[in-house]
Design a protein around this ligand. Sequence first.
Ligand SMILES: Cc1ncc(C[n+]2csc(CCOP(=O)(O)OP(=O)(O)O)c2C)c(N)n1
Ligand SMILES: [Mg+2]
Length: 223
Amino acid sequence: MDFVKPKQNFPLENVRKAIVKEMSEYADDKSFPMKPQKIVWDIRQALAPDAIAICDVGAHKIWMARMYQAERPNTCIISNGFASMGIGLPGAIASKLAFPEKTAITVTGDGGFMMNSQEIETALRIGTPLVALIWNDNGYGLIEWHQLQQFNRISNVRFNNPDFVKFAESFGAKGYRVQAADELVPIIKQAIADNTVVVIDCPVDYSENMKLSEKLGKLVCPA
Ligand SMILES: Cc1ncc(C[n+]2csc(CCOP(=O)(O)OP(=O)(O)O)c2C)c(N)n1
Ligand SMILES: [Mg+2]
């Protein structure tokens, strides 16, 4: 049951249209590591309208909050306010417990994922199938973005990750690695069909972050 009806003459309709247009320009983007816009686009393509996306905290959250098109109420849950990293995986478990019939996917950074990755064990033990889509940049992307804006250099934000596929498998979960842009949609669909706990390692190109800052910095509010 839907609790809201589309509004007529909604004042932000133009903003929505502009964002969908901006994102759709990346629909067939083949670059790899993948551009954030293309990942957000592909998530929407792969998911049913009522699937629940739980977003962690970082640069990926900025892109999701900016562009992801939620088609039903409460289908895009974002950790804002205190913005605690690590909410993604437990959040997906919780949404699966609350709505067992819906797909739960966490959209998470590598840093945030590693903060609570032990919950793969919980999810398997209590039987909550979910997909964890990791935007892998080997770093604290959002902090890097802030450092570049403020200091034009980065410091102590890069790190190494485990092999996420082997890591998932070591728990008895499934793991996939995206190795080309056109693999993401079929991998997400397969991960949902697997009906278990599935980790997807998706390399992301965050050079788009500063390009977005430059673009937004040039915006002028019409008088
Ligand atoms: C528990 C916690 N620690 C630190 C922060 C500050 N913080 C916000 S985003 C971020 C980096 C996130 O990195 P990652 O999860 O890899 O996501 P990315 O920005 O690379 O997409 C940090 C350290 C936070 N929000 N929550
Ligand atoms: Mg990261």
